[in-house]
Design a protein around this ligand. Structure first.
Ligand SMILES: Cc1ncc(COP(=O)(O)O)c(C=O)c1O
Length: 357
């Protein structure tokens, strides 16, 4: 029998046929009038998803490239920065910042917990930071941070707010302008329902003030050069044109559905996954009040290896689940329920798990 695949990892996600089809069009001149229109449409569409009027750059990379661009355009070597580390992607911010020789402090929260506002405020009172880095949604633990409250406290201490919403955007509300988020990063392969290869970075007026003083080395990721070209409807370098075709179509789908409805359907999938897993007696890593709308992290039953279970489920049913990362490797498995994911997909994943535990 032909094995059908159910890709239930938290990105790359499944891609709708409508999006796949438009990406097989022929190439066009990336400095010609047709591309100018596409770039404008895609930029405007993504800005609506970010809820921002700030500058927004579309760059040819996975999410980590967007994180690096967010750092090198606002900081200099030796700058004091703080990372709210609630999982593997907080740890990634620390690694990139150290690679560019920022002076990094981190608050490492217990895995499965969100960043606690009072703890963050205490740290901000102790030391002056130029910027604070945090995740909207921490994919490795399935936890959603309260970005609105965290940003409010960070702004009180006049630090730049840099948010990684790579797996959060579109799965849960994020109000870039209303919440005063200076730099926000997202990527194509998550709830945008596209293959990997594009990241999106919004950049506020305050971020541009930081840019004017930032001395970290940058060339390909330089936002001033990107802005100069974007004003002409171009990118500084050859963009992945096919992904832009796909992005235009993905934005159409999101607009047809309406962003608020998309948030609601992600909540529904999250609740369905959590209820189903709990009814099997499985323990979830995150509690209900901080549960991610994009991914659910779960412990296997006592005596069952998480990775062995995933392997069996993949081989028998074609359901692909994600494993644990860093400290949680081999201890948990994760179900992605974001982007082009339907209730039926979650039902199939839950049924496969139920049969094998
Ligand atoms: C929260 C978060 N940040 C950043 C990334 C960036 O990773 P990548 O470079 O693999 O897209 C990911 C990808 O899984 C993510 O989930």
């Amino acid at each position: 029998m032909i094995q059908k695949q159910y890709l239930m990892i938290p990105g790359p996600t499944m891609v709708p046929e409508r999006v796949l089809r438009v990406m097989v069009r022929e190439m066009i001149n990336h400095r010609g009038p047709e591309f100018i229109k596409i770039l404008k449409n895609v930029t405007e569409g993504v800005k609506k998803c970010f809820k921002t009027n700030n500058d927004l750059f579309i760059i040819p990379s996975s999410g980590t490239g967007g994180m690096e661009a967010a750092i090198v355009n606002v900081l200099s070597e030796g700058d004091d920065v703080l990372v709210l580390n609630i999982g593997a992607f907080g740890a990634r911010f620390v690694k990139i910042l150290k690679a560019f020789r920022a002076n990094v402090d981190e608050i490492k929260f217990e895995r499965g917990k969100a960043a606690d506002v009072a703890t963050v405020e205490k740290k901000l009172k102790e030391k002056k930071y130029k910027a604070v880095f945090l995740q909207h949604n921490e994919t490795s633990t399935g936890v959603l941070n309260d970005v609105k409250s965290l940003a409010a406290v960070i702004k009180k201490y006049d630090a730049l707010v840099v948010v990684d919403s790579v797996s959060g955007l579109i799965t849960a509300d994020l109000r870039t302008d209303e919440w005063g988020l200076d730099v926000v990063v997202a990527a194509s392969q998550k709830a945008f329902m596209l293959p990997p290869g594009l990241s999106f970075v919004s950049f506020s007026k305050k971020a541009w003030e930081y840019y004017a003083k930032a001395k970290m080395p940058r060339f390909y990721w330089d936002f001033k050069s990107m802005k100069d070209f974007a004003d002409k409807g171009q990118n500084p370098f050859t963009p992945p044109v096919s992904l832009y075709y796909g992005m235009e179509e993905a934005i159409k789908i999101l607009e047809e559905q309406g962003l608020e409805n998309v948030f609601e359907s992600h909540k529904k999938l999250r609740d369905m996954a959590r209820t189903g897993l709990k009814s099997m007696g499985l323990k979830l890593l995150a509690s209900d009040d901080v549960a991610s709308c994009a991914v659910t992290a779960v412990f296997p039953p006592e005596g069952v290896g998480a990775d062995e279970l995933r392997k069996k489920i993949n081989e028998k049913y074609g359901v692909v689940l994600a494993g644990g990362q860093e400290d949680l490797k081999g201890k948990i498995f994760r179900i992605g329920h974001l982007g082009f994911c339907a209730e039926t997909d979650v039902m199939i994943a839950l049924d496969a798990i139920k049969k094998e535990i």
